[in-house]
Design a protein around this ligand. Structure first.
Ligand SMILES: [Zn+2]
Length: 247
């Protein structure tokens, strides 16, 4: 049965929790280096200032799916961070009285790297991470202007979270409406984890198929021995789609 906070209207009454100094500056650098190392070998998508898909060269917003083929989990920093993020989500879930994760077998659905350059942002005020339970955004850099994380509150006011600094982790109910103000200068880089009640995913995108959900389970979707699974959307398919879109 769905938890009450999986209902969008209820989720708007929750407040994000900002865990200060979740990572040290050195750890942020290590994560950025790992993102650089994986950059050309994981699923990706590129957007212009209007949020429309564009080519890599024209992008002001780059998204990388770091969980592609389980790659991010292969490094020591990746393994450690994934474990610590689940622990953080469970403790905030309890502390804030959300109780979405209690007694449930939950896993990481996506690990995304987002880099926003000047003009990049997430403008849609009612954007939310549909199909996930808890989202964790970790700020990896502090050399940018603008790019504030903001939430649309239940009373219609947009709250700007300006105290979200390098190393901090913003933890929120995935259905909470959130946006990113346009970056004015520099580069904003975060790593985002979404936790859901499906298996740990390894396909080259943000998977929308939860094999434990209401829809039938496709054959490729059976969990592997390490508990991860793919819907069949491969890195090759992602590369082909990116190329076809701008050929
Ligand atoms: Zn998938």
């Amino acid at each position: 049965m769905a938890h009450p906070l999986e209902n969008c209207a209820n989720a708007q009454r929750t407040r994000p929790f900002c865990k200060k100094a979740f990572l040290t500056c050195d750890e942020c650098d290590d994560v950025c280096n790992e993102v650089d190392r994986l950059r050309m070998s994981v699923g990706s998508c590129f957007r212009d200032a209007s949020g429309s898909h564009c080519s890599r060269g024209q992008a002001v917003w780059e998204t990388l799916w770091l969980h592609t083929e389980g790659k991010f989990y292969e490094s020591s920093i990746g393994t450690r961070l994934a474990d610590n993020v689940i622990s953080l989500a469970r403790s905030v879930d309890e502390q804030e009285g959300w109780n979405m994760l209690r007694g449930r077998d939950v896993n990481i659905r996506v690990i995304e790297s987002h880099r926003y350059h000047g003009g990049g942002g997430l403008a849609h005020e009612t954007h939310h991470d549909r199909g996930s339970l808890i989202t964790i955004d970790i700020m990896l850099r502090d050399d940018f202007v603008g790019g504030e994380f903001a939430t649309l509150e239940a009373d219609g006011v947009v709250k700007t979270w300006s105290d979200f600094a390098m190393g901090d982790a913003m933890v929120f109910a995935s259905n909470k409406y959130h946006k990113i103000n346009p970056v004015l200068s520099g580069m904003r880089q975060v790593i985002v984890f979404e936790i859901w009640d499906g298996p740990r995913r390894t396909c080259a995108h943000r998977c929308t198929k939860n094999p434990r959900g209401e829809n039938a389970e496709p054959p490729q979707s059976r969990p592997a021995e390490d508990g991860s699974s793919s819907c069949g959307y491969s890195l090759r398919k992602n590369i082909r789609e990116n190329m076809m879109m701008f050929a």
